[in-house]
Design a binder for this molecule. Structure first.
Ligand code: UDP
Length: 335
């Protein structure tokens, strides 16, 4: 198929681009490179541009005779969304509407949305199934949920087919070690722990040690980025007119912050300095997915089954790219 991937130069997007290309799909990446990295995708597929430019999106859809869109482009910092909600509603919600409008104009009606477990807020039950109430507790989760609602309505009214994939904690990197996680600023646990292992940070701060969990730290469900990428490919291939799929993507196993640090110490063979700090506002104590529906509907089966193997791939990336993509200055910024 011919697929437009928005935000394809970002962390999850770039792994998805590779996955689609490896499976013989034709890909066009639209990315404004505000957070993505040109070096993360083949130069031949990258178009630098913004979703706000509806006419650009429309002409790309037409020009490349796009059959489906995979929509990653979005801001992704929960804390920032609380401080700057306008930025999040504008880029994550309004630009998604622009994308859907351009798709309608161009006669493209298949879309896979990068959604999030943040749409659930504090879960009523664990593991989290798709039928649980969605009560997001921050603008990031609310804007993503509103996009899910738009997709519902576009499916009903205009026959769109969509899959909203609600990720848990994306982690790891391509086993080839050439693409990986590089956020600025970095806020995610595993890269920060590995940066501390490399001596790039003096210590890792644990955000809260008084949670109602066995070791007092938050529990999350870490899922390998290539397994997420594969789920997007499967979802695109299964879209049906007028039908919406809402699927959780997680490993179905929870790990506490202390466990993550311990596994990182095992993988790196280094001792990682830790400081215990206060809770980070907006962090639910435990988030663990049920992905039974994704396994059943998509035939999806995550290949990385334990945190150790996920961290190994992350370590390969971080230890060879201490400064992320900036370690490859000759390719950075080239389109
Ligand atoms: N965390 C932490 N220290 C850090 C970064 C994260 O203790 O420097 C914790 C955070 O509170 C959460 C877990 O690690 O419980 C995963 O956080 P991350 O930001 O990676 O992902 P999130 O769960 O927010 O999507």
């Amino acid at each position: 198929m011919r697929i437009l991937i928005t935000g394809g130069a970002g962390y999850i997007g770039s792994h998805a681009v590779r996955c689609f290309l490896e499976h013989g799909h034709e890909v066009v990446v639209l990315d404004n490179l505000s957070h993505g990295h040109a070096a993360a995708v083949p130069a031949s597929v990258l178009v630098r541009g913004d979703l706000a430019e509806e006419d650009l999106v429309f002409s790309l859809l037409r020009q490349h005779r796009i059959e489906a869109v995979v929509h990653f482009a979005a801001y992704c910092y929960v804390g920032e969304s609380v401080r700057e909600p306008e930025k999040y509603y504008d880029n994550n919600l309004v630009n998604s509407l622009r994308l859907l409008r351009a798709m309608r104009r161009a006669g493209v009606s298949r879309i896979v949305l990068s959604s999030t477990c943040a749409t659930y807020g504090i879960p009523a039950q664990l593991p989290i199934t798709e039928d649980q109430p969605q009560r997001p507790i921050n603008p990031y989760g609310r804007a993503k949920l509103a996009v899910e609602w738009m997709l519902d309505d576009f499916a009903q009214a205009y026959g769109f087919s969509y899959a909203a994939l609600r990720y848990f904690n994306a982690a790891g990197a391509s086993p080839k070690g050439d693409i990986g996680e590089d956020h600025d600023p970095e806020t995610h646990l595993i890269p920060l722990v590995l940066q501390a292992a490399l001596g790039l940070k003096p210590f890792v701060e644990i955000f809260g040690t008084d949670y109602p969990t066995p070791d007092g730290t938050c529990i999350r469900d870490y899922i390998h980025v290539d397994d997420l990428a594969e789920a997007h490919r499967l979802a695109v291939e299964r879209l049906q007119p007028g039908v919406g799929l809402k699927l959780n993507l997680g490993s179905e196993t929870g790990h506490s912050v202390r466990e993550v640090i311990r596994v990182c110490e095992q993988v790196t063979g280094r001792s990682i300095p830790v400081r215990e700090g206060p809770r980070r506002p907006g962090d639910p104590p435990i988030l663990v997915a049920s992905s039974a529906k994704a396994r059943e509907v998509l035939g999806w089966s995550p290949r990385y089954r334990d945190l150790h193997s996920i961290v190994e791939t992350a370590w390969r990336w971080h230890s060879t790219h201490r400064l992320g993509y900036a370690d490859r200055p000759t390719t950075k910024g080239v389109i």
